[in-house]
Design a protein around this ligand. Structure first.
Ligand code: URA
Length: 230
């Protein structure tokens, strides 16, 4: 058993004084009942705690899945407009795990777990990132085999990507490097241009289709375990 304010603070909801205020303001429920006292005891194994009706998982770290909208920069606070500003206060020390271009939509993990971020972003780990991609000029068979065998472009080499056709102008591309403008440059090397780009998966974490651009949710404990699994 643990005090409610400690539970919320350690889960990353805010500082002790911020969470006490949140409890007083009626934003916190235990097992569906609004509670008004931050010194209540919570059983971290069996009780369900919500903050603004979002379940709060007891953990040193927080993990959100954001459907990044276009027009936002994948950076921490200080840049305008940035993805962290989309996450409601009072979560602290959050950063985006990796980057999507300003005009790219889709799955962006937001966390304060530096160790996991390092594991997921290390180029050596070859973590898969899958993108739904629309292009202006359809790719030829030759373009597709270049993409699948690895492209050289402007002195840079891009590792082989997985290609799955959706239509003449749409496909999914799965890459393992996470290089700057990786998809756009591979498509440019084929003489075409990306007209819409959305990340739909990172490792085994799939973008929740219920999230509209700009919306986010906590990862479930299973999703966190899967991301951490080697
Ligand atoms: N590749 C790109 O070109 N842009 C992104 O945002 C992600 C991958």
């Amino acid at each position: 058993m643990i005090r409610l304010d400690k539970y919320l603070a350690e889960a990353g909801v805010g500082t002790r004084s911020q969470v006490k205020k949140a409890v007083r303001d009626g934003r916190v429920k235990i097992n569906g009942e609004t509670v008004k006292h931050a010194d209540l005891k919570v059983d971290e194994e069996t009780d369900t705690v919500t903050f603004d009706d979002e379940e709060v998982y007891f953990s040193e770290f927080v993990y959100f899945m954001l459907n990044k909208p276009q027009g936002y920069i994948s950076a921490s606070r200080g840049w305008d407009p940035n993805v962290i500003d989309l996450i409601a206060e009072p979560y602290r020390n959050l950063f985006p795990v990796g980057r999507l271009d300003k005009d790219t939509e889709g799955l962006l993990l937001i966390s304060n777990d530096g160790q996991l971020a390092h594991e997921l972003l290390s180029p050596k780990k070859l973590i898969e990132k899958e993108y739904y991609t629309e292009v202006d000029i359809p790719l030829t068979e030759e373009d597709i085999s270049r993409i699948e065998s690895g492209i050289e472009w402007h002195g840079e080499s891009y590792r082989p990507a997985k290609y799955k056709k959706i239509s003449d102008h749409a496909m999914t591309l799965t890459v393992t490097e996470g290089r700057y403008h990786e998809i756009k440059r591979m498509i440019e090397a084929c003489g075409s241009k990306v007209t819409y780009l959305k990340r739909v998966r990172m490792k085994n974490l799939v973008l929740d289709e219920n999230l509209k651009p700009g919306e986010y949710r906590f990862l479930t404990p299973e999703e966190i375990d899967d991301l951490k699994a080697v």
